[in-house]
Write a protein that binds this ligand. Structure first.
Ligand SMILES: [Ca+2]
Ligand SMILES: [Ca+2]
Ligand SMILES: [Ca+2]
Length: 322
């Protein structure tokens, strides 16, 4: 009798017990649960920035899918005044400001494959610069405004290319059988930092802008990605997964000494410098989905400035303070 009872109710009880954590987790709603949850259920929680944080000025472009597909958005550096400037049904991502702040280069798939586009900062007059059937992406504007570095797989593997801002003179500058990506110019325009997989994982390298004198800067078991040269040239910000999750680091370009800036649970990546070098924008999913954060360049005052359930990534800070 008891065996029969337990057989009959054993499965339902197990199902009920198993379902309790699923029911209770969203109701618990603490910060730890929110950070651990893969869903954006708690994305509307407002951040609680320190009242002492004085937001920097300037504008930040970023990629967001909050309106249904990836678009370039522009906002003030305190998160206000956010505007979708591409408004195209295709995927638009990876904004890069021109040095004078008047234009934004970006990657778009509106023509069927990745192309480098440039538009005015208000989104007007988008123009395809690459016009190549291969995948062209990850634009980076040279500090003198004359050239744009980008990544293309038009000859097989992904390689760093450079072109004039009108799309002419598209030239491969770095070549290896491995994939190279994520170019970032030094502020004097003489060198380009980039990522390569030529030494197993992803590592950060620098080279002269013509591709010569390639030097490996990071060498460890973790992936090191997204180099961003500081405006004074003294540091390269990047992210590394050496402590399991991606964190933002800076590296002194002379001593190669590294400083870890983020320690929160979650992925912190894609650092971008403010024009005066005192702030960094970056992407973090510590609040449950990708958001743009800013922090001071010593890692203090980390604040979520997007607070949107969509995916908000790839910040680029306008070089012009306004
Ligand atoms: Ca779009
Ligand atoms: Ca293309
Ligand atoms: Ca978001």
């Amino acid at each position: 009798m008891s065996m029969s009872w337990s057989r009959r109710v054993g499965l339902p009880i197990a199902l009920i017990v198993a379902s309790i954590p699923l029911v209770l987790l969203p109701a618990c709603g603490g910060e730890e649960e929110a950070a651990l949850s893969p869903t954006p259920a708690t994305a509307t929680i407002e951040p609680t920035p320190s009242p002492s944080v004085q937001f920097p000025s300037g504008r930040i472009a970023f990629t967001s899918n909050r309106e249904g597909n990836p678009e370039i958005h522009v906002m003030n550096a305190d998160g206000s005044g956010e505007t979708n400037v591409t408004n195209d049904p295709a995927t638009d991502l990876a904004p890069a400001w021109s040095p004078d702040g008047s234009k934004i280069a970006f990657t778009s798939y509106r023509d069927g494959n990745g192309e480098i586009y440039v538009m005015n900062a208000d989104g007007s007059d988008p123009t395809n610069l690459t016009n190549n059937p291969a995948d062209d992406q990850a634009p980076a504007w040279s500090p003198d405004g004359a050239r744009i570095a980008f990544v293309s797989d038009r000859e097989g593997s992904s390689e760093v290319h450079v072109m004039s801002v009108d799309g002419s003179n598209q030239t491969k500058v770095a070549s290896s059988p491995a994939g190279d990506s994520d170019p970032s110019w030094s502020p004097d325009g003489s060198r380009i930092a980039f990522i390569s997989t030529r030494d197993r994982g992803r590592e950060i390298y620098v080279m002269n802008a013509d591709g010569s004198d390639q030097i490996q800067l990071t060498q460890d078991e973790a992936d090191n990605m997204w180099p961003a040269w500081s405006p004074d040239g003294s540091k390269i910000a990047f992210n590394s997964e050496r402590f399991r999750h991606a964190d933002i680091y800076t590296m002194n370009t002379d001593s190669l000494e590294q400083t870890r800036l983020t320690t929160e649970f979650g992925e912190d990546y894609q650092a971008a410098w403010s024009p005066d070098g005192s702030w960094l924008a970056f992407t973090s999913d510590r609040d449950g989905n990708d958001e743009i954060y800013i922090m001071k360049s010593d890692g203090s005052a980390q604040v979520n400035i997007t607070n949107n359930p969509g995916s908000d990534t790839r910040a680029s800070w306008s070089p012009v303070m306004q």
